[in-house]
Design a protein around this ligand. Structure first.
Ligand code: FAD
Length: 462
């Protein structure tokens, strides 16, 4: 198992190098790892997997009911959703099939619901059903006044995006993929990659660089698309708000996107967001006064009592939107190169299907895949509130009291879980990475009480 974060890179020629260890790059690495004779590297500019858009989204496992029928995205979201739901059950990724209600607040929106139900059918999703106001309020008693009806999409689920990315990467590494962190690809030319840690050679290249996929694509001579970062700001409400909402509450979509939603999280919080703002800076993940005011305004209409609850955190993610309405997955056979660009607001859901699609494209441009084996399953620690956590499992605590010693009391994270994360296949390189693996420091105190203790464990001082 090879995970490197510094030092010289291996002096060999890989069959495939994947640039970018977001949820998409990790899914591709995992899919390729099934082909044991391939030598594969996953290369990431930052110090951990899932540090880009993949760590900051709304964490919904979409059905794809509202995708553009016939698009590549529609197909990959549909397939990806089914595959990821099965994979999650196998790997311990928390998923809750809470369903969504697309709420109509005026007559115009109400009139659109049957059209959306018909669109869902075109996308092979047949469970969507229009509900009248009584049923809507029976399902969501705290919904703001004035809802005229809703489209119920029972198949929409909430999922843990951090565990998903980590599960893919862990399985890939355990099956022989080399993960090189802190390794930014600066130039790419004819199978030779110049990186911040030296040179890498490869026969095939996959560009899964997210927001930067257009720039790498240009360095390889293509001008196919431009990433126009679309920022989404979100508010995270404390766990006391969780009882206010049962479904994912979606607005009727507009040309600008899916709009502002209220959704439970698998960690027991409630999300309000995201905004949709085009920005010209690929690092602009800050929040703004206007953005948060807009969210509060929208949220007040959807779930008025939510606004009385306390906010635990605020964050923002950048979607890799482009000038096109679909993913920009392109194969350049002469360069043995596949671009996986424009994976905008559905990449978490579609990740496993994108990975199969890209594997097929690599084979079409000359990669001899060889036999595909089944992968040894992975089992990631459970971060979800709907399933027993270690502190709730007496048999586990009896066998190992470290699981009964809480370090982070807001999120109820034990010393045992922190110890396990630090000794895992892909250990965190910082406290944020540790948070994504355990939830430590992610609760209402945001590390005020547990921060020093968590840091000591991280630094190996206690
Ligand atoms: C607000 C918001 C809400 C969303 N909600 C959902 C949702 O509910 N459901 C859903 O399915 N999807 C959702 N998405 C979309 C989803 O998060 C993305 O589609 C997905 O995370 C994209 O993954 P990625 O691997 O392509 O990109 P990233 O996660 O950004 O990964 C790309 C990686 O490439 C690395 N990289 C870049 N350049 C280089 C280089 N030169 N060398 C080495 N490494 C490099 C980066 O550091 C980064 O880690 C949402 C997105 C946002 C922003």
């Amino acid at each position: 198992m090879t995970v490197t974060a510094h030092g010289a890179l291996p002096d060999l020629t890989y069959d495939v190098v994947i640039v970018g260890a977001g949820v998409v790059g990790c899914a591709i690495a995992r899919e390729l790892a099934r082909h044991r004779r391939l030598r594969i590297a996953l290369v990431e500019a930052q110090d951990d997997v899932g540090q880009g858009t993949s760590k900051a989204n709304t964490a919904i496992l979409h059905t794809g009911f509202d995708a553009v029928p016939g698009s590549l995205e529609a197909r990959l979201v549909r397939e990806g959703s089914r595959r990821l739901a099965l994979y999650a059950a196998e790997s311990g990724i928390p998923v809750e099939p809470v369903g969504a209600l697309l709420v109509a607040w005026d007559r115009e929106q109400l009139a659109v619901l049957p059209e959306l139900a018909a669109k869902a059918e075109k996308n092979d999703y047949r469970q969507a059903r229009v509900l009248g106001p009584d049923e809507v309020y029976a399902r969501e008693p705290h919904l703001g006044p004035g809802a005229l009806g809703a489209l119920h999409i029972p198949g929409e689920s909430i999922i843990c995006p951090w565990t998903t990315t980590l599960a893919y990467a862990t399985q890939a590494v355990r099956h022989g993929v080399d993960l090189h962190l802190d390794c930014r690809v600066e130039r790419a030319d004819d199978g030779v990659l110049r990186t911040s840690r030296g040179t890498l050679r490869t026969r095939h290249l996959v560009n899964a660089a997210g927001l930067y996929s257009d720039e790498l694509d240009r360095r390889l001579g293509h001008h196919d698309f431009t990433v126009i970062p679309r920022r989404g700001q979100l508010l995270v409400f404390d766990k006391f708000a969780r009882a206010l909402v049962r479904h994912i509450l979606l607005p009727v979509p507009t040309a600008l996107g899916k709009g502002v939603l209220v959704a439970p999280t698998v960690y027991g919080n409630v999300l309000l967001g995201p905004t949709a703002e085009e920005v010209d800076d690929k690092t602009a993940t800050g929040s703004t006064e206007e953005g948060l005011a807009l969210l509060r305004d929208r949220g007040r209409r959807i779930l008025p009592e939510l606004l009385d609850e306390e906010v635990t955190a605020v964050y923002a993610g950048l979607r890799a939107a482009t000038e096109y309405d679909d993913y920009r997955i392109r194969v350049h056979s002469d360069q043995a190169y596949v671009t996986v660009g424009g994976i905008r607001s559905t990449g978490l859901t579609a990740s496993m299907a994108i990975a199969s699609h890209v594997t097929g494209l690599l084979a079409a441009c000359g990669l001899d895949l060889g036999e595909a084996d089944d992968l040894e399953p992975v089992r990631l620690p459970n971060l979800g509130e709907a399933f027993p956590r270690p502190y709730q499992r007496p048999e586990l605590i009896a066998a190992d009291p470290e699981y009964g010693t809480l370090v982070c009391h807001c999120e109820r994270v034990s010393r045992g879980e922190i110890r396990d994360a630090l000794a895992s296949t892909i250990p965190p390189h910082g406290l944020e990475g540790l948070r994504r693996r355990t939830r430590a420091r992610g609760g209402r105190c945001q590390g005020f009480y547990c921060g020093a203790a968590v840091r000591e464990l991280f630094e190996g001082r206690s």
